[in-house]
Design a protein around this ligand. Structure first.
Ligand SMILES: [Ca+2]
Length: 75
């Protein structure tokens, strides 16, 4: 998942110094990044870094692992 995201991000930002902007996302036909840009860009500086989109994807992942602290082992 992260590797695929990395590949997509790198491909999209190859000519933009590894920073994603709405224009770069649009040129790459990356609709998801275009439509969620404001949410992904947490510090609202107009650029999405890989760390930002990676965090965003982790948080909205449907297979998010429950916290280990919440798992009770029944003996
Ligand atoms: Ca940002």
């Amino acid at each position: 998942m992260t590797q695929r995201l990395r590949t997509k991000f790198d491909a999209a930002t190859a000519r933009s110094n590894h920073l994603l902007t709405p224009e770069v996302a649009r040129e790459a036909n990356w609709g998801f990044a275009v439509s969620h840009f404001a949410e992904i860009d947490r510090d609202s500086d107009g650029f999405v870094t890989f760390a930002e989109i990676s965090d965003f994807m982790d948080e909205r992942s449907p297979v998010k692992m429950p916290s280990e602290k919440q798992i009770q082992i029944i003996e």
